[in-house]
Design a protein around this ligand. Structure first.
Ligand SMILES: [Zn+2]
Length: 230
């Protein structure tokens, strides 16, 4: 233990004298990572050192777009299959199957009565938002899907401490491993559907634009002909 600590401490000290790897970040590295503590925390929480949290208010429009699509397709086989996929995941997790990705958190959503369609709509909206404004090609998307799904129900209370200034309460949050597992499961199970939803929403937007263009097109002005003189 002491020999290990002795070997590692100079390495940490050397590493912490270096600058964070992220461009334009002037903070010092933390521990043995090549990142400062802020960028390390972001990678841990959101799957990438430069990721930022996507808030529900960021994808309000995408929520409306997805809701309209779902409403118009209540019996679509792909939506029903996706709902069944999520239902099975929720049920197995609630039944104590520890092999399910993020089972503890899935069991919480199940207990709180979160439906598969609610999860599907939320994740579709996030996917659509990421497709419109960012690029869905790395772990950021996995994490964004997981975070959005986990946010649908309040977290479980773990414990509280009484301080003279008040109570400090702790809740069970999904860590890096659970978020990664949940995001990967959503993405590998539902990516094809999410892509189809993006295509459908894009088509709807294009049709609306075409209709608007047609309605606001300039009139052809007919020429004025002189009346024939009798
Ligand atoms: Zn940094």
């Amino acid at each position: 233990m002491s020999s290990h600590g002795g070997a590692i401490r100079p390495k940490v000290a050397r590493n912490e004298s270096e600058q964070c790897d992220i461009a334009r970040c002037e903070r010092r590295r933390h521990g043995l990572t090549r990142l400062c503590s802020m960028h390390r925390d972001r990678r841990r929480s959101f799957g990438h050192p430069e990721a930022r949290m996507i808030l529900p208010r960021d994808y309000m429009q995408e929520r409306r777009d997805v809701a309209a699509l779902f409403k118009a397709n209540p019996e679509h086989p792909a939506l029903l299959a996706a709902a069944a996929f999520i239902q099975q995941w929720l049920d197995a997790s609630a039944g104590g199957d520890q092999q399910q990705p993020g089972f503890r958190h899935l069991a919480r959503l199940h207990r709180r009565g979160i439906t598969p369609m609610t999860i599907l709509a939320e994740c579709s909206a996030v996917w659509l938002h990421v497709d419109r404004y960012q690029k869905p090609d790395d772990m950021r998307l996995d994490f964004a899907l997981a975070v959005a799904m986990l946010r649908l129900a309040p977290r479980d209370f773990v414990k509280g401490y009484q301080y003279p200034s008040g109570e400090r309460r702790y809740y069970r949050d999904a860590g890096h491993t659970d978020r990664a597992a949940i995001g990967d499961h959503l993405r590998s199970g539902l990516a094809r559907l999410f892509v189809r939803i993006v295509v459908a929403c894009r088509e709807r937007e294009e049709r609306a634009q075409q209709q608007h263009a047609a309605e606001s097109a300039a009139f052809v002005i007919p020429t004025i002909r002189k009346r024939k003189q009798k």
